[in-house]
Design a protein around this ligand. Structure first.
Ligand code: DOR
Ligand code: ZN
Ligand code: ZN
Length: 387
C-alpha cells in the first residue's frame, strides 16, 4: 500500500515522557488500551506510563503488568515508569533495581503522585539509578508548601479567596534536587516545569554541568491562572496554571533548549471526579490527542525543533535508543505524518481517551495527525486507529 504524502510533514514518532494511563486501578478513567489509542491518534509511538496507579508501580510485578498490557494493545511502545518509593507514604525506596532488571526494563523513576520530601531519600534514589544510567523524574513539588493549595498563588487566587500553590513550592525543590544530582553525578529530570523561576534554576544548573533535563506541558505553554475564574474544574491541574510572564518564560526556554521536551502529563479523570465543585475535583488534564496541535498553535518552533522536543530528545531521556526514531536506511521506522494545513475542532466526545477532561474543548487547532507508524506498521491511517 502506498500513501500520498504530498503536502504532509513527516516527523519521527512522538515520545511522551509523562502519561497517566490509570491501569491498574482506575480503568473507568483510562486503560492501557484506551490510552494507547489516544496516543497513536496524537502521533505518539512511545509513552512513559506514570507510576501513580493502584497498586502503585513500585515492584517488578506491576511494571511488568503495565508493559505486557502495552504489548497486547500493540499501538505504542508503553514504557512503565517506576515509583521512587514504596506506596504513597514515601518513606522507603522501592525496588528500583528489580524494576530495572524486569522485562519492563524501567529506566525512569518518578515521585509523581507521591512526592519525595526527604533529601536523604532523594540522594539515595539518585545514587541508585546512576548505576544503570536511569533517571529520576521529579514531580517538582515541596508538599509542605502546597497544603490545601487549589490554584496558583497570585493575584487571581487572592481575588477568588482560594489557597494558592506558590511558585516557590516548585522552585525550592528543583533547586535542592539539582544540587543533589550535581553532587551525586546522576541524571535528574524535572517534570511539568511551570514557572519562570524554575527556568532560571534549570538554566543555572545546566551551566554548572549538572545532568538535568526538563519538560513542559502543552497546557502550561498556552493557558494561565485566570482560567480558574470560571470555576470550571477542567482547568484544575498540578502544578497549577501560572501567569502570563511564566508562560512567556516557558516558551522562550523551550525554544532555546533550557527546557528539553514537551510532555503531556495526560491525566484522565472520570466524570464524577471533574464534574463537581472546584475544591473537590481531581487535578489533571487530557493531553495526548491535542499536544502536537497545541505546540503548533503556540508556535515559535521550526519543524526540526518540534521533532527534537517531542521525539528525539524525550527518546534519549527515556533511554529509548532502541525505539528507532532515526532508523538506519531500510529499518522499520516509527513515524508520524502531519497535515500542517488542516484545522480541526476539539470535541471531547470524539476523543479516544476514556475520559473527557480536555481544557481545549471547542477550540479550533492547527495540524492534524494523518498517519502514525510503529515499527513500520501503521497504527493510524486517515486519522483512524487501525485496531
Ligand atoms: O494534575 C496532575 N494530575 N498532576 C500530577 O502530577 C498528577 C496527575 C494525576 O495523576 O492525575
Ligand atoms: Zn506531577
Ligand atoms: Zn503527572
Amino acid at each position: 500500500e502506498r500513501i500520498d504524502g504530498d503536502g504532509l510533514v513527516a516527523l519521527p514518532g512522538l515520545v511522551d515522557l509523562h502519561t497517566h494511563l490509570r491501569e491498574p486501578g482506575r480503568e473507568d478513567a483510562e486503560t492501557v488500551a484506551t490510552g494507547s489509542r489516544a496516543a497513536a491518534l496524537g502521533g505518539y509511538t512511545a509513552v512513559c506510563a506514570m507510576a501513580n496507579t493502584d497498586p502503585v508501580a513500585d515492584t517488578a510485578g506491576v511494571v511488568e503488568q503495565v508493559w505486557r498490557l502495552g504489548r497486547e494493545a500493540g499501538l505504542v511502545d508503553v514504557r512503565p515508569v517506576g515509583a521512587v518509593t514504596v506506596g504513597l507514604a514515601g518513606e522507603r525506596l522501592a525496588e528500583l533495581g528489580a524494576m530495572a532488571d524486569s522485562a519492563a526494563a524501567v529506566r525512569i523513576f518518578s515521585d509523581d503522585g507521591h512526592c519525595v520530601s526527604d533529601p536523604r531519600l532523594m540522594r539515595r534514589a539518585l545514587e541508585y539509578v546512576k548505576a544503570f544510567d536511569g533517571v529520576i523524574a521529579q514531580h517538582a513539588e515541596e508538599p509542605r508548601l502546597t497544603v490545601g493549595a487549589l490554584m496558583h498563588e497570585g493575584e487571581t487566587s487572592a481575588r477568588l479567596g482560594l489557597t494558592g500553590w506558590p511558585a516557590v513550592a516548585e522552585e525550592a525543590i528543583i533547586a535542592r534536587d539539582a544540587l543533589l544530582a550535581g553532587h551525586v553525578g546522576a541524571r535528574l529530570h524535572i517534570c511539568h516545569v511551570s514557572t519562570a523561576g524554575s527556568v532560571d534554576i534549570i538554566r543555572w544548573a545546566k551551566q554548572r554541568g549538572v545532568r538535568i533535563t526538563a519538560e513542559v506541558t502543552p497546557h502550561h505553554l498556552l493557558l494561565t491562572d485566570v482560567r480558574a475564574e470560571s470555576y470550571d474544574p477542567v482547568f484544575k491541574v498540578n502544578p497549577p496554571l501560572r501567569t502570563d510572564a511564566d508562560v512567556l518564560a516557558l516558551r522562550e526556554a523551550l525554544k532555546d533548549g533550557t527546557i528539553d521536551a514537551v510532555a503531556t502529563d495526560h491525566a484522565p479523570h472520570a466524570t464524577e471526579d471533574k464534574e463537581c465543585e472546584w475544591a473537590y475535583a481531581r487535578p489533571g488534564m487530557l493531553g495526548l490527542e491535542t499536544a502536537l496541535s497545541i505546540v503548533l498553535e503556540v508556535g515559535g518552533l521550526t519543524w526540526d525543533e518540534v521533532a527534537e522536543r517531542m521525539s528525539r530528545t524525550p527518546a534519549r531521556i527515556a533511554g529509548l535508543a532502541d525505539h528507532g526514531v532515526d532508523p538506519a536506511p531500510g529499518a522499520p521506522a516509527n513515524l508520524t505524518l502531519v497535515d500542517p494545513a488542516a484545522r480541526w475542532q476539539v470535541d471531547p466526545g470524539a476523543l479516544a481517551s476514556r475520559s473527557r477532561n480536555t481544557p481545549f474543548a471547542g477550540m479550533t487547532l492547527p495540524g492534524r495527525v494523518v498517519a502514525t507508524f510503529l515499527n513500520g506498521e501503521p497504527t493510524v491511517l486517515d486519522g483512524k486507529v487501525m485496531k
